[in-house]
Design a protein around this ligand. Structure first.
Ligand code: FES
Ligand SMILES: [Fe+2]
Length: 386
């Protein structure tokens, strides 16, 4: 008989679920799903992932970040330029143009703009009006990501980007592979809800990771700080799930702990630690960690960008195990399941005219704290920056 962690009862209300220290607006039935209050849907004075580094080439790419259409390209020295995406002359989308040296050329009448947004050429006249320029967005490359700041540029401090070493993304003990990307037809908060409640894994991902093998169904231990949340799930004695057996080359009893770290408002890193277990003695021997890496960026109020990668700190062989896992059909299909769930719920919200009833379970604690954290970040911003 398979080994399996026991279940606990859950409650059907949020009373008593959350510590007083986290008190702030309570989600109640038939209220707009926050953070959507006061006309804002996401904190703007924050760094967000705009793209994988490998996506940004000399040819321009357009992407909407928090309602800002942005065109991204690389200059001759390899730096990333991020500019407002529409030509100030007639609004032509610049991503359809060419990059010439360090400038982007609008294909309609040939105006050119440098990576700082300044107009460098108007073919039909010598004088360049002062207003003829594009907004240039601060960007920073970290690990395999291009981070962007669409808020007040004077506040764009790169020290505010989550510490990538602490998050294990640049820790040399780990070999990490990014590259999965999805345009999500649902609000970014729904993806955070998803990633902050891994109880969905054995159900939503039954067809991909397998029912019992996909993860624990339990109320995790949750620790919230000002802008971070960690959730710890433990499976002290289970049969090694088949997809993990394939990665570790081991099948038999294991002890599994996975800790999901949320760095508001964008990054999630799940550290999935597997140990070989001797059920007779309870002695464990670590097989290794998997990293499940996720970044969520609001595109519009009801759409999002989803970036995903995988990592490992064992078997540093060629070909890279993380890259094979990240690009596998199974992971791709599982991510599609998350994207579909987000789309379905967004459709439910639309059918309910934005006022969706929700029943909170004990297992929703981290997701609720995550929403409160996002709302607090929005509330802390001056209205002028929204
Ligand atoms: S619209 Fe871009 S040059 Fe005219
Ligand atoms: Fe999922």
């Amino acid at each position: 008989m398979p080994l399996r962690a026991g279940r606990k009862q859950t409650a059907c209300s949020d009373q008593g679920l959350l510590p007083d220290s986290t008190a702030s607006p309570q989600p109640t039935r038939n209220q707009p799903m926050y953070p959507l209050e006061d006309g804002s849907f996401a904190p703007r004075n924050q760094w967000y992932v705009a793209a994988w580094s490998q996506e940004i080439k000399r040819s321009p790419l357009e992407r909407v970040i928090l309602d800002n259409p942005v065109v991204l390209y690389r200059t001759t020295d390899g730096k990333v330029a991020a500019l407002a995406a529409f030509c100030p002359h007639r609004g032509f989308p610049l991503a359809k143009g060419d990059v010439i040296a360090d400038d982007i050329e609008c294909p309609y009448h040939g105006l050119r703009f440098g990576p700082d947004g300044a107009c460098t050429l108007i073919p039909s006249q010598d004088v360049i009006p002062a207003a003829c320029r594009l907004r240039a967005y601060p960007v920073a490359e970290r690990w395999q990501w291009v981070w962007i700041w669409v808020g007040d540029p004077d506040l764009a401090d790169e020290a505010l980007i989550p510490d990538h070493f602490e998050a294990r993304l640049t820790d040399p003990a780990y070999r990490n592979a990014g590259g999965n990307y999805f345009e999500v037809p649902g609000r970014y908060v729904l993806l955070h809800d998803n990633l902050l409640d891994l109880n969905h894994v054995p159900y939503l991902h039954k067809a991909t990771f397998g029912g019992d093998g996909g993860g624990a169904v339990q109320i995790p231990e949750v620790v919230a700080k000002e802008t971070t949340i960690s959730c710890t799930f433990t499976q002290p004695a289970i049969d090694c799930p088949p997809f993990l057996s394939a990665l570790f080359g081991y099948s038999g009893p294991v002890s599994r702990t996975y800790v999901s770290y949320f760095y508001a408002p964008c990054l999630h890193v799940i550290v999935d630690s597997i140990s070989r277990l001797d059920p007779a003695t309870g002695v464990t021997e670590q097989l290794g960690d998997l990293l499940h890496i996720h970044a969520v960026t609001p595109a519009t109020a009801t759409t999002a960008h989803y970036f995903q990668g995988e990592g490992q700190n064992f078997s540093h062989t060629e070909p890279c195990l993380s890259e094979a896992f990240r690009s596998s059909e199974m992971v791709r299909a599982a991510l599609e399941e998350d994207v579909s769930a987000t789309r379905f719920i967004e459709q439910s919200i639309a059918m309910n005219r934005g006022r969706l009833s929700e029943i909170l379970l004990k297992a929703d604690k981290a997701a609720v704290l995550g929403r409160r954290m996002l709302q607090a970040l929005i509330d802390a911003e001056a209205p002028a920056t929204r």
